[in-house]
Design a protein around this ligand. Structure first.
Ligand code: NAP
Length: 308
């Protein structure tokens, strides 16, 4: 058996085409485009790339996107002051502070900044109020990656109610909100993490298995109930030839990419799982493209909530 591919890239393109006329309509009706303020502190290369993609996607869809860059040496107070200014801004409906913040700001800085964003503008859904509302099943703005996963399952006709969903990973930005969304859609949910004993047999009970870990190829065929849907949230850049050889058999196209470039992007799910699963999200081209699309959707939703 070869798993059906759940094509997040194609869905993202379709959703962007749906969002664009709604953004144009908003702009015509209210005399301004829906606006997103993005705060980038420091020079982390991965963050710069993510932010560039968000700015480009937003502007292409017709949003106003303002990028506020702050130096690595900025203090927590500087960031909080900027967030406060964006909270008060009449032209910004959504605010996103790219994580991680510089380590020098201290361990609690990230959550303090997320909590300082007005809940009505919290398009990343990471603030305490957004998460509290989600946990009570009265969500306003939901974290983009878990929301994108749910959108993909829904549009692909994957049944959730009454099924056993197993989520590997319990982070505040992916695992936990995803588990809550699944619970509210009447799945029976098991959350696994680094201290879960016998992870493979726990995962094998899942009708739908979600991997949000950050370990290349952790989920092997032993983890997967035959015919299960497997959603791979992980994004890992493999640079070690031994890891590449463990993941891809000789002649595999991704091994050729690795040999040519010296690195390759892979998920948490081992490629062999395609032979066991019923449906599977690819990496890249699965969950990733939907994250930015859901950010656009959240920004439009926040803008509409402010004007209505
Ligand atoms: P994270 O904060 O590092 O959390 C990872 C989770 O995995 C933790 O709960 C950890 O358990 C668990 N874990 C680690 N090693 C494990 C193991 N060997 N067995 C079982 N569980 C293990 O990561 P995250 O921010 O949630 O991101 C997870 C992955 O998703 C990363 O690859 C990230 O790049 C990717 N991601 C993708 C998108 C996207 O747009 N597609 C968005 C966000 C994140 P403990 O809690 O016990 O430490």
């Amino acid at each position: 058996m070869t798993a059906r591919v759940l094509d997040g890239q194609a869905l993202a393109v379709r959703m962007q085409a749906e969002i664009k006329p709604q953004v144009a309509d908003f702009t015509k009706r209210y005399g301004r485009p829906p606006g997103l303020g993005i705060v980038l502190v420091g020079d982390d290369p991965a963050s710069q790339l993510y932010v560039r993609n968000k700015v480009r996607a937003g502007r292409e869809a017709g949003f106003r996107v303002d990028l506020e860059r702050m130096p690595e040496s900025s203090s927590l107070a500087d960031v909080l002051e900027l967030v406060e200014r964006l909270n008060e801004s009449p032209v910004h409906d959504g605010i996103l502070v790219q994580s991680p913040l510089p380590k020098a700001m201290g361990p609690g800085a990230q959550q303090r900044v997320f909590d300082a964003i007005a809940a009505t503008k919290d398009v990343d859904g990471f603030g305490a109020e957004s998460i509290g509302l989600l946990s009570q099943n009265r969500p306003k703005l939901v974290a983009c990656t878990p929301a994108g996963v749910m959108e993909l399952l829904e549009r692909e006709g994957i049944q959730i109610a009454g099924r056993h969903a197993v989520v590997i990973g319990r982070s505040d930005i992916v695992g936990k909100p995803l588990a809550l969304l699944l619970l509210h859609r009447d799945a029976t949910v098991t959350i696994c993490h680094s201290r879960t004993p016998d992870l493979a047999s726990m995962c094998r009970q899942g009708d739908i298995l979600f991997a949000a870990v950050g370990r290349a190829g952790l989920v092997t065929r032993e983890f997967v109930k035959p015919g299960a849907t497997v959603v791979d949230v992980g994004i890992n850049r493999v640079t070690d030839p031994e890891v590449a050889a463990r993941l891809f058999p000789t002649g595999h196209p991704k091994l050729a990419v690795f040999q040519a470039k010296g690195s390759v992007l892979v998920g948490d799910v081992h490629p062999e799982v395609a032979e066991v699963a019923g449906a599977l999200t690819p990496v890249p081209g699965g969950v990733g493209p939907l994250t930015i699309t859901m950010l656009m959707k959240n920004t439009l939703k926040a803008a509409l909530a402010r004007v209505l």
